[in-house]
Design a protein around this ligand. Structure first.
Ligand SMILES: Nc1ncnc2c1ncn2[C@@H]1O[C@H](COP(=O)(O)OP(=O)(O)OP(=O)(O)O)[C@@H](O)[C@H]1O
Ligand SMILES: [Mg+2]
Length: 157
């Protein structure tokens, strides 16, 4: 399986997905979040970080600072590429080192910097679907595949 769809009818369902992602993730995972303004990217990050023991109130879009760090059961790097105008600006943040470290990295507006992301990554494309959200989740490498399997399994339970 290279991917699956998860329909989140409301924010609570996104919370369930975030908790499942937190359980499935291993240090070093990079999650690319794609979707329009207000798609629910930050909501997913907040739920994931919360399930890893971070105070959810501290999680917000790092739109101006480009990166927030949280300390949960593993370190979390929360990027936002919304204001990035060129790939160089993103690379200058030192993203390669962050992505290579034993942390969970989540990138909002990942489609804007896709060339700078590791090929082995979990991509969550979010679409607004009526009052809810549709997540299309795909893996593009061995490690993200394993995460995807665990994620699908735990959402079935
Ligand atoms: N599954 C869901 N169903 C319905 N509404 C949701 C769902 N998930 C999040 N929302 C709502 O969508 C709105 C936008 O959420 P959020 O800020 O997470 O989006 P975002 O993609 O990070 O936006 P931005 O592009 O501004 O960073 C919030 O009001 C949130 O409550
Ligand atoms: Mg956001």
């Amino acid at each position: 399986m290279n991917g699956f769809i998860f329909d989140a009818a409301d924010e609570r369902a996104t919370g369930r997905l975030g908790a499942a992602l937190a359980a499935a993730a291993r240090p070093g995972l990079v999650v690319a979040l794609e979707g329009p303004l207000g798609a629910g990217k930050t909501t997913l990050v907040r739920a994931t970080a919360g399930a890893l023991g971070v105070d959810e109130r501290t999680v917000s879009s790092p739109t101006f600072v480009l990166l927030h760090q949280y300390q949960g059961r593993m370190p979390i790097f929360h990027f936002d590429a919304y204001r990035i105008t060129c790939a160089d600006e993103f690379l200058e943040l030192g993203v390669d080192e962050y992505f290579a470290s034993p942390a969970l990295s989540l990138v909002e507006w990942a489609d804007r910097v896709s060339d700078c992301l590791p090929t082995d990554r979990l991509t969550m494309r979010i679409e607004i679907a009526g009052a809810g959200r549709r997540f299309t989740i795909t893996a593009t490498g061995p490690e993200s595949q394993r995460v995807l399997q665990r994620l699908a399994q735990s959402l079935r339970e």
